[in-house]
Design a binder for this molecule. Structure first.
Ligand code: G6P
Length: 371
C-alpha cells in the first residue's frame, strides 16, 4: 500500500501532487485545428446551435466546479446558465425543453442524485452532456455527449485532482458551446484554451511553494471556526476551501461571497478568527480587487486574522495581509485552478495535525449511490 501511495502518507496528498498531470491529461487532444472536440458526441451541430439555456447539475465538490463554470460559460456564450444541486433540481419542477443543455458533472458517474437529475432532464427532452472521470459509468452512458476528465483514479474521499480537472473540462465545454452558438469573443475562445494549457505548469509552481501553507495550517489547527471569503470565481473557491476543511478536519468552516459580508457573516468576526481570503488578480477587473481590499479592511478592523491567497505582485494585499500566500498570475476566469491548491493543502495539513485519516474522513463515502 505504501508503494501505491508513491511515498506519500495519504492518497489525497499524492492526488494533490498529481494535479498538473491530471490537468494536462484532461486538456490533451481536445483542440483540433483551432476547434474544441468532445470525447463522445451524439448531438448534431444543429442541436448544439439550438441550445438557449444551460443547467449544470452536480453534488458536493463537483457542484463547486459547476459554480465556477457558470462564470466562464455565460461570459463566452451569452447563454443563461443555472447551477443546481442535483438533489434540489430533481425534486423541483425545473423548466426544460429540447433547447436546454444539462451539463452533469460527476467524478464517479454514479452519484444517485446526479443520475436521477440526468434522467429527469431526458424525460423533459433536454440534451445532456456529462463531465465524468470514470469511463463507461452510468451517467455518461445515459448522456448525449461526454467529456472525460483524465485525472486517473481518485482514492481519497475528498476530491482534489478531479475538482481541478472538472473545472478545466467545464471550460472546454463552454468553449465548445461558444463555437457552436457563436460568441462575442471568437479570438478569446482560442486564447483561453491556450491559457488553459499553461495552467499545469502554474499548478506545479504552486505545489513547490506549499511549505508556508503547511506551517500556517499547523499554527491554526486548533481553531474552532475558519471562514473563507471570495468574490466572482473566488467565491466558489471559498466554498470549496470550506468544504475541504470541514470534511477532513471536522472544523466549522464556511465560505462566503465577500459582497455578502454586511448581510450577516461579519457578525461572526471576532478577535483572532482566521479568515482565508481568495484575492482576484490586480491585473484583472480592478473593481473586483478593490472591493476585496475593502472587505479585508472591514474584517481586520473587527479582529480577523487574514490569510490572503494572492498574486506576488499584489502590493495592496501584501501590505495588509496577516499572512500572504503567493499564487502565480492567471487570467481571472482561470484563477480557481491555482487558488484552490493552497486550500486543499491547508485542509489536509490541519486534518493531519489533528490526527485524522485524511483519505477516509468519518461518515463520508467516495460515491453516494444511495440517497
Ligand atoms: C461524495 C464525495 C465527494 C464528491 C461528491 C460527488 O460526497 O465524497 O468528494 O464531490 O460525492 O461525487 P461525484 O462522483 O458525483 O463527483
Amino acid at each position: 500500500a505504501a508503494a501505491e501511495k508513491g511515498g506519500y502518507e495519504y492518497f489525497m496528498l499524492k492526488e494533490i501532487a498529481e494535479q498538473p498531470e491530471a490537468l494536462a491529461n484532461t486538456l490533451l487532444g481536445h483542440l483540433e485545428n483551432g476547434r474544441i472536440v468532445l470525447d463522445e458526441q451524439r448531438l448534431s451541430d444543429q442541436d448544439l446551435r439550438d441550445v438557449d439555456k444551460v443547467f449544470v447539475v452536480a453534488c458536493g465538490t463537483a457542484y463547486n466546479a459547476g459554480m465556477i463554470a457558470k462564470y466562464a460559460i455565460e461570459h463566452w456564450t451569452r447563454l443563461p446558465v443555472e447551477v443546481e444541486l442535483a438533489s434540489e433540481f430533481r425534486y423541483r419542477d425545473p423548466v426544460l425543453d429540447r433547447s436546454t443543455l444539462v451539463v452533469a458533472i460527476s467524478q464517479s458517474g454514479e452519484t444517485a442524485d446526479t443520475l436521477e437529475a440526468v434522467r429527469h432532464a431526458k424525460d423533459q427532452k433536454a440534451r445532456v452532456l456529462a463531465i465524468c472521470n470514470t469511463n463507461g459509468a452510468q451517467i455518461p452512458r445515459e448522456s448525449d455527449a461526454v467529456l472525460y476528465t483524465h485525472a486517473g483514479p481518485e482514492i481519497g474521499v475528498a476530491s482534489t485532482k478531479c475538482f481541478l480537472a472538472q473545472i478545466a473540462a467545464a471550460y472546454m465545454v463552454g468553449l465548445a458551446l461558444a463555437q457552436a452558438v457563436g460568441t462575442k469573443y471568437p479570438d478569446e475562445v482560442v486564447r483561453e484554451f491556450r491559457a488553459l494549457e499553461e495552467i499545469p505548469a502554474a499548478v506545479e509552481k504552486v505545489l513547490e511553494q506549499m511549505e508556508p501553507v503547511r506551517d500556517l495550517a499547523r499554527q491554526y489547527a486548533g481553531s474552532n471556526t475558519v471562514l473563507f471569503l471570495g468574490r466572482h470565481v473566488g467565491y466558489p473557491v471559498a466554498l470549496e476551501g470550506a468544504l475541504k476543511l470541514k470534511e477532513l478536519a471536522y472544523i466549522h468552516a464556511e465560505g462566503f461571497a465577500a459582497g455578502e459580508l454586511k448581510h450577516g457573516p461579519i457578525a461572526l468576526i471576532e478577535d483572532g478568527l482566521p479568515v482565508i481570503v481568495v484575492m482576484p488578480s490586480p491585473e484583472g477587473r480592478a473593481v473586483l480587487h478593490s472591493k476585496m481590499i475593502s472587505n479585508v479592511r472591514e474584517i481586520q478592523a473587527r479582529g480577523a486574522r487574514t490569510i490572503m491567497i494572492a498574486e506576488p505582485g499584489d502590493e495592496a494585499s501584501a501590505a495588509i495581509a496577516d499572512h500572504f500566500i503567493p499564487i502565480p498570475h492567471t487570467p481571472t476566469l482561470l484563477q480557481p485552478l491555482v487558488s484552490t491548491v493552497p486550500l486543499q493543502v491547508f485542509a489536509a495539513t490541519v486534518a493531519q495535525e489533528r490526527g485524522y485519516d485524511v483519505d477516509k474522513p468519518r461518515n463520508l463515502a467516495k460515491s453516494v449511490t444511495v440517497e
